[in-house]
Design a protein. Structure first.
Length: 138
């Protein structure tokens, strides 16, 4: 069986590529030190998150492709994303949550690659994080 490498995907099929990268960053969650449900003074206390702290942020980004032969090339897409976060030293993320980081990244991706479904996962230290799925034409 041979197929034209640019043959469209079968009807109803959806294809995404994904890339990963990591970047050191510093952020804080100011409410953690003042909100009673966060600053609980027991084993569930997370008030320490109110001060600036370091993480290695893990990114995984999926994006629609419209045919099955490198319509978007993985390495080029990854390098472009990494370049968005190029800086000397850790990223200064202020009060941004993983969800906020993902959302900001989505708008940048959408500007360059409009009309595509995008999924973005942002995690802290490979332990906890978020996944936001953005429909095409969001």
């Amino acid at each position: 069986m041979t197929m034209d490498k640019h043959e469209p995907l079968p009807k109803g099929a959806q294809c995404k590529i994904w890339v990963t990268f990591r970047k050191e960053g510093i952020h804080r969650f100011p409410q953690a030190s003042t909100e009673p449900h966060l600053a609980t003074d027991d084993e569930y206390d997370v008030s320490f998150l109110g001060t600036p702290h370091r993480h290695v942020f893990h990114f995984r980004v999926w994006i629609d492709v419209f045919h099955n032969d490198r319509e978007l090339e993985f390495i080029q897409f990854k390098r472009w994303l990494e370049h968005l976060y190029s800086s000397n030293g850790p990223l200064g993320l202020n009060n941004q949550s993983c969800e906020m980081i993902a959302n900001n990244l989505f708008y940048t991706i959408q500007d360059r690659y409009p009309g595509r479904e995008v999924w973005i996962e942002v995690g802290e230290d490979g332990e906890n994080g978020c996944l936001i799925t953005y429909p095409a034409n969001c």
